[in-house]
Structures are given as structure tokens and as C-alpha cells.
Design a protein around this ligand. Structure first.
Ligand code: GRF
Length: 201
């Protein structure tokens, strides 16, 4: 059983999907800890509801990102975390953090990477006029949404699409894709070669 920590800044619908999948034994791991950089993150309430240990780690209490991330690392080490899952976590991770958890940090992004990285992947894709959008689960490296891709799924852009409708349909796919990727990791099915992530039997 792998120990999982989820970092989330906001609504936490992906966290909820992960916890639901765990409760159905669809993930060969367990969420040990949920950490947020926002005191009012709905993700924390969801964690409490599922009786998961949750924690608000206040960025204001640390002089910079490096110090904040060092504290994070020490918490994760103490909890013997094997996998760090970013679920709507809005802070950039320090290079030290990424190195410490090399290929052990996952993120989900609401576009088909490498197209439309950044904070508004779905909105940027819609503004560009793409006909196919989607979402990507990837390992986190030092770049912005650049790490090896684990899983992707497309979501068509329909007539009269709005950002709200597109985001909702992407979200629904994310809720299926993220637990699947996490389970693959937990069962040691992900092998990295260069920037390619292979799924092995
Ligand atoms: C998701 O759309 C994800 O792609 C992006 O942030 C959003 C998080 O949503 N990284 P939620 O907090 O899980 O509801």
C-alpha cells in the first residue's frame, strides 16, 4: 500500500473523486494526509468529511517558497509519503521539492498538454478556438506543466460552448482519469524512460 498526500488549494472535487475511488478499493494506496495553502479551501472540509488528516499550512508564516516547501517536505517525510498528488494546488513547487520527490509528484491539468499550459488551460484552449480539448495527468518536473505524461483524454468542444460547460465536462473526465493514474503508480506500473512514461504489465 502506497501512502498518498494530496495538496489542494480550492474546491477539491478531484480530491473527492480520489477518496471515493479509494473507498471502492480502486486505488492500491491510501490518502494519509491532505494539505492546503488556503485556510478556506473546500478541499479541507472534504478531507474532514472522509476522516482524513487535514492541514492548513500558512504561506504567510514562511519567509519564502523554499522555506515553505522545506516544511512541506518535513511533514511528508514524517508521514512516510510515497506519492504527492496535486489537485488544484495553485502554488509552484520549489526545485528542491521537485528533486526530493522526483517522479513521485503528479498533477492534473485541464488541457491536452503540451498545448495550453499555465493557470487557465481550459479557458486558453477555448479562446484559441480548439475543437478538441481534454485533460492530462503528468509527473511534475521543474517546468510549468512539462513533466512526463501519464494519461490523457480528449473532450470535444461543442457548439455554443462556454468556459463553464467545458470545464464541467473536463472535470468529469478528470475524476475518472486521476484515480486511474494514481492506481497505476501505486501498483508500480509506471516506468519512465527519458520523458516518456510507459505503462507496463
Ligand atoms: C482541475 O480542473 C484541475 O485540472 C486543475 O485545477 C482544477 C482543480 O479542481 N489543476 P478541483 O479543486 O479538484 O475541483
Amino acid at each position: 500500500m502506497k501512502n498518498i498526500a494530496v495538496l489542494a488549494s480550492g474546491r477539491g472535487s478531484n480530491l473527492e473523486a480520489i477518496l471515493e475511488a479509494e473507498s471502492r478499493a480502486e486505488i492500491a494506496g491510501r490518502v494519509i494526509l491532505v494539505i492546503s495553502d488556503r485556510a478556506d479551501a473546500q478541499a479541507l472540509t472534504r478531507a474532514d468529511k472522509w476522516n482524513k488528516r487535514s492541514m492548513f499550512l500558512d504561506p504567510g508564516a514562511y519567509s519564502n517558497r523554499v522555506e515553505y516547501d522545506r516544511k512541506l517536505i518535513s511533514i511528508l517525510k514524517t508521514a512516510e509519503i510515497d506519492l504527492v498528488v496535486l489537485a488544484g494546488y495553485m502554488r509552484l513547487l520549489s526545485p528542491e521539492f521537485v528533486k526530493e520527490y522526483s517522479y513521485k509528484i503528479m498533477n492534473i491539468h485541464p488541457s491536452l498538454l503540451p498545448a495550453f499550459p499555465g493557470t487557465d488551460g481550459a479557458g486558453d484552449a477555448l479562446d484559441y478556438g480548439v475543437k478538441i480539448s481534454g485533460c492530462t495527468v503528468h509527473f511534475v518536473d521543474e517546468g510549468l506543466d512539462t513533466g512526463p505524461i501519464i494519461l490523457q483524454e480528449s473532450v470535444p468542444v461543442i457548439q455554443d460552448e462556454t468556459l463553464e460547460t467545458l470545464k464541467a465536462r473536463i472535470n468529469a473526465v478528470e475524476h475518472r482519469l486521476y484515480p486511474t493514474a494514481i492506481d497505476l503508480f501505486c501498483r508500480d506500473k509506471l516506468k519512465i524512460e527519458g520523458r516518456i512514461c510507459n505503462i507496463v504489465n
